[in-house]
Design a binder for this molecule. Structure first.
Ligand code: UTP
Length: 222
């Protein structure tokens, strides 16, 4: 089974958290052909805000975010036992590197180009490598009709169609560093490729393995 995991920036706060998630990913890679895309987290937002204060435009802020996602990719690689030694910089590089016989090695990458987030990178990668599952591991319990961190009456969806997901995400903001569960570009890619996607809360990283086996309390997009 080929799985692409989009690992939100929350996993990169400290060494212990990175170690815990790396252990789970190493275990998962024994039974899955695994690809991991790393987010930028609070550090990316911090740098983006400083750049914006200095007058940087949105594209430059995006490039700063991308740099931070790639640093997180390097941190994750440091903690994994069987990963390619460098983060990949684009989709084709990954496909060229992961030849037959190399399925147990984890491919890690961060952002690619301005205008979207690592959710979209993960969706494009999943499309490009024909993944069976895209797993979006984030800080909320799934996809809601509003941001649950701001609106306590927000309702979580157990299931959504890709078209419903596109409609929901189009209401969001796509500025560099903005907080959205899935960005609209990712939603459009999921819609066009029909790739099965699950959004889960990553507070317990073992939930990643359970979700791959179909056990989760997040949101399924099919
Ligand atoms: P993230 O992928 O971490 O944003 O990229 P996110 O998903 O909103 O945040 P977390 O980590 O899950 O909390 C950080 C920023 O880097 C830029 C964007 O500005 C994004 O907001 N970025 C990232 C790009 O422009 N292109 C990419 O391919 C990736």
């Amino acid at each position: 089974m080929k799985v692409v995991v989009s690992l939100g920036g929350i996993f990169f706060s400290d060494a212990e958290t990175i170690k815990n998630v790396a252990e789970v990913l190493d275990e998962l890679a024994k039974s899955c052909n695994l690809y991991v895309v790393t987010g930028g987290g609070e550090r990316a937002r911090e740098y983006i805000n400083i750049a914006r204060e200095l007058g940087a435009n949105e594209a430059l802020c995006d490039y700063i975010g991308i740099a931070l996602t790639r640093i997180n990719a390097k941190l994750l690689i440091s903690a994994l036992t069987n990963a390619y030694p460098e983060p990949f910089l684009d989709y084709k590089e990954v496909a060229v590197a992961k030849v037959k016989g190399d399925e147990k090695r984890i491919a890690v990458m961060g952002g690619v180009s301005p205008g979207y987030t690592t959710d979209a990178v993960a969706a494009i990668l999943a499309e490009f490598v024909n993944a069976d599952l895209l797993l979006d591991v984030t800080s909320v319990d799934g996809v809601y009709d509003a941001d649950p961190r701001i609106d306590p009456s927000a309702k979580k969806y157990d299931k959504l169609s890709p078209t419903e997901l596109v409609a929901l995400t189009m209401k969001g903001d796509l500025k560099a560093g903005s907080r959205i569960v899935i960005d609209p570009v990712a939603a459009k890619i999921i819609e066009r490729s029909g790739i099965k996607t699950i959004v889960i809360n990553g507070s317990d990283p073992r939930g990643i393995i359970n979700a791959v086996h179909g056990k989760h309390q997040g949101t399924e997009i099919t």
